[in-house]
Write a protein of this length. Sequence first.
Length: 242
Amino acid sequence: MTKITLVEDDNKLSSLVKTYLKKHNFEIEVIEDGSLAPQLILSQQPDLIILDLMLPGKDGLTICREIRPHYKGIIIFLTASEDDMDHVAGVELGADDFIVKPIQPRVLLARIRMLLRRQEDVNDTSPQAITNTEPQLSQNLKFGKLSIYLSKRQVVLGEQQVTLTTSEFDLLALLANHAEMILSRDFIYKTLRGIEYDGMDRGIDTKVANLRKKLGDNASMSTRIITVRGQGYLFVPDSWDS
């Protein structure tokens, strides 16, 4: 079981994150005092750390600076600020990702899974992984019960073919090809339409709503195509099994 250490002094937030991640089969420990974090992290060596920037005792950047030379796992910073200087400092100290509060648990889960999968790929030292450098091109994308046939422009969910418009299919294919990446509206507009997003057109939002409806993704609690507030949309590859 993947071990996660959450360093966070907000009891309400830490309880929410702990409960949510435990439901998804992660083992999670919470540390509230920053001054205790370095010794506990280095002694336990969890697979991943979720580290708040603002903490009592020691702040997140100080903790990261102290543990990074002796810790090879993943570090995700939580921050209430979008200040680029904090992000630059974190990256220079060895952070793997940043998540801006307020946290959306589904987005946090997707980012955790992405980083763990990326680390597994880096650690894969099998002869096949080392020697096989040719790009693998496929005309199909498959995520659990969802199959997207790019050449035929068909979508199948379970055993049912899903009827999409041309623009809906193009949007779904774009999101799926960038699974676990947040795509901004500007990127989507430039890619699909070749134009800049004007900040007013809600056409992409309408198409996402249509995709959710046709693909059985509850609009009020979407888990498959997630809206990341202020950033864009995220296709979650591990949510198509049921």
